[in-house]
Design a protein. Sequence first.
Lengths: 154, 154
Amino acid sequence: MIKPNELEPLPEPGQGKRGKDGYLGYLLRQAASIYRNRVDHALRDLSLTQPQFSVMTMLNAYPGHSSADLARLALLTPQTMSVIVSNLIKQQYIVRHAHPVHGRIQVLQLTESGQQMLSTAKQRVYAIDNEMTRSLSETDEAIIKNWLSQMARS
Amino acid sequence: MIKPNELEPLPEPGQGKRGKDGYLGYLLRQAASIYRNRVDHALRDLSLTQPQFSVMTMLNAYPGHSSADLARLALLTPQTMSVIVSNLIKQQYIVRHAHPVHGRIQVLQLTESGQQMLSTAKQRVYAIDNEMTRSLSETDEAIIKNWLSQMARS
DNA sequence: CTTATATCAGGTACACTGATATTC
DNA sequence: CGAATATCAGTGAACCTGATATAA
């Protein structure tokens, strides 16, 4: 029986030290997975998943965009985004409207209850975020943010 | 129609500046999602998923452990890990053996072809990792690694 | 005709809960 | 008995590919 702490950061014992490469991706995956676990857990009783929260956040920041727009933003296929959007519509957190000019595009918007839900969810998620940065100095945080957003842009 | 670069890091325009909190988690999610996308794409023609790769990596570093052990390590339920393990057994990348002492535990091990597959997959994943760190100085990389592993430990 | 949007159909891996049998 | 392991069953969100209809 293994307790998690017994073998954490997984330095790959039998393979010789690998100082730089490979290691950072593993850590990123691990950290993101733990972050995701916490977010999922914090949103569970709201019946909100992390991708749903993410879509609502995007829609709040950039209202009036379509499912295809969101798919591009999140680097997902239109079909996948369509499922997430459908689930949000089912929960009545967002609504579809016909595009004023373009006859085919369905423009999305947060509903009243969607905004309330997002606000509640944000409080919990931001609490987790704050916990994450608590031990960081200003400069270190800037370095990390810089690196992460550089990755996100590429 | 939106091109991704038009509205990237998502500074949440209508809400006032939020300098520290909330932002880092969003970036972490975004970066991890992009990293995951790349890894998935790199492994797709190997018919290997990222969780499967992760489990094989764990098993390679710490051979002879059980599905329950891996579940604890990856912070997943035993049932979830059981599914991932089953899929790997179906592909004949790992095998089950009875525990020498404990009659109930099924000890897991990479097969020959599992090791070959892992080796191939690692090359691709590590190439992505190297790409990620290319722009970083030694000290910045250390800061980031430090932060990530601190998160993974907590 | 080509491109973009939306959506239907089908499939799979992954994640959960709940229940059960077995073993220590 | 309780605790840990494994596994059955069912559910659901999320991802994919492929095909189709419609609008610019």
